[in-house]
Ligand binder design. Structure first.
Ligand code: FE2
Ligand code: FE2
Length: 353
């Protein structure tokens, strides 16, 4: 059984055979010496005699995790062993990214990609006509779009059109409807590009794609979070914990670790993969610039209301992020309004699939 001390949050694993089933016991936290109450009674017994008439006891009751469910490395390896069941990146998106990354490729290769996929072509056309791309209503065909918007932008349109079905899903474990993850992903993609382009305009497309898929780990973890809904509610019940912290406490790892593995399977280049791995704590990335960019864009998306749940306002930008990227507070405000305006323009023609 894994428990967390309610005083110092330190987590411990206690061998199940050492625990007296059906009883309530007290142990001392080895780290802070706080007295921890562990309630091992069944849920129905706990209901019959609600714990802790004494507020002190209530406060010291340990956060314990469902011992029937797997967690930590066992669960992580279990998920990774079934790589074949993980979400598949649409082939068209993979192809478009390959073409964009190859300096010798050209517009013809991209156009050929969508010729056979009518549904994608329709979405590309719709998106090309959004005010975001400045061509409102003027683009009549995909060929026309490629001439007016250029090769890189066409690649981006194919990517967006191809991936919207994957990111536009509802996630019941995370409590997200089908629009929320999509809007958040678009906001982080746009923010990442705006931030990256301030550093180096060439860097914009790479940052856009990494921002778009940065939270794909949630697609994989959703069913496992859902199965442990009670544990998540218990950990997050006091409103003091983010979903990210709860993932760590309950599962033993978070969605960025799973996203990293998934991106490996999708053959996403290492620079983007590492950035996605550290998008919540870029200071651990050993100075990876794109990780800081994704983190800043993620926080800006949440500040703008494009979050992924009720706890969005609790996420804070990691200390040192602005200094690392050589930005000041006034830059955050400017980028924030730029993102807000751009996301609305893009989403008007591109709701989730
Ligand atoms: Fe995330
Ligand atoms: Fe995110």
């Amino acid at each position: 059984m894994r428990i967390a001390c309610p005083n110092c949050n330190k987590e411990y694993k206690i061998q199940d055979e050492k625990l007296p089933v059906g009883k309530k016991i007290a142990v001392k936290c080895p780290a802070c010496k706080n007295r921890i109450i562990i309630d091992l009674r069944s849920k129905s017994d706990q209901k019959k005699s609600p714990q802790a008439s004494n507020p002190d006891e209530k406060q010291n009751t340990a956060v314990s995790f469902n011992k029937k469910s797997l967690s930590g490395m066992t669960l992580k390896y279990g998920i990774l062993r079934t790589l074949g069941d993980l979400p598949v990146m649409p082939q068209i998106v993979q192809k478009a990214q390959e073409i964009l990354a190859n300096p010798d490729s050209d517009l013809k290769e991209l156009s050929r990609l969508i010729e056979i996929e009518q549904a994608i072509a329709t979405r590309v056309l719709k998106l090309a006509n959004s005010t975001y791309y400045g061509m409102s209503g003027k683009v009549a065909s995909v060929q026309h779009a490629s001439v007016l918007l250029g090769y890189k932008t066409l690649g981006e349109l194919i990517t967006l059109a191809g991936i919207s079905g994957l990111l536009g899903r509802s996630l019941k474990g995370y409590n997200l409807n089908s629009e929320e993850l999509w809007r958040h992903s678009i906001a982080v993609a746009i923010g990442s590009r705006i931030i990256a382009s301030r550093k180096d305009p060439e860097f914009g497309n790479e940052a856009f794609f990494a921002g778009l898929v940065h939270d794909v780990g949630k697609l994989v973890l959703d069913q496992h979070v859902y199965q442990r809904k009670d544990d998540f509610e218990m950990v997050m019940g006091d409103g003091q914990q983010t979903f990210l912290n709860a993932e760590k406490k309950i599962l033993g790892f978070d969605h960025s670790e799973i996203a990293f593995e998934l991106c490996q399977k999708w053959q996403i280049p290492s620079n983007q993969r590492v950035a996605i791995r550290f998008h919540h704590y870029p200071s651990k990335s050993k100075g990876h610039e794109l990780a800081y960019i994704l983190h800043m864009a993620d926080c800006i998306a949440m500040m703008n209301g494009y979050g992924t749940g009720n706890d969005s306002m609790m996420y804070e930008m990691e200390e040192g992020t602005l200094e690392f990227l050589c930005f000041q507070d006034k830059d955050v405000n400017a980028i924030r309004s730029q993102v807000l305006e751009s996301v609305e323009k893009m989403l008007e023609k591109m709701p989730a699939a």
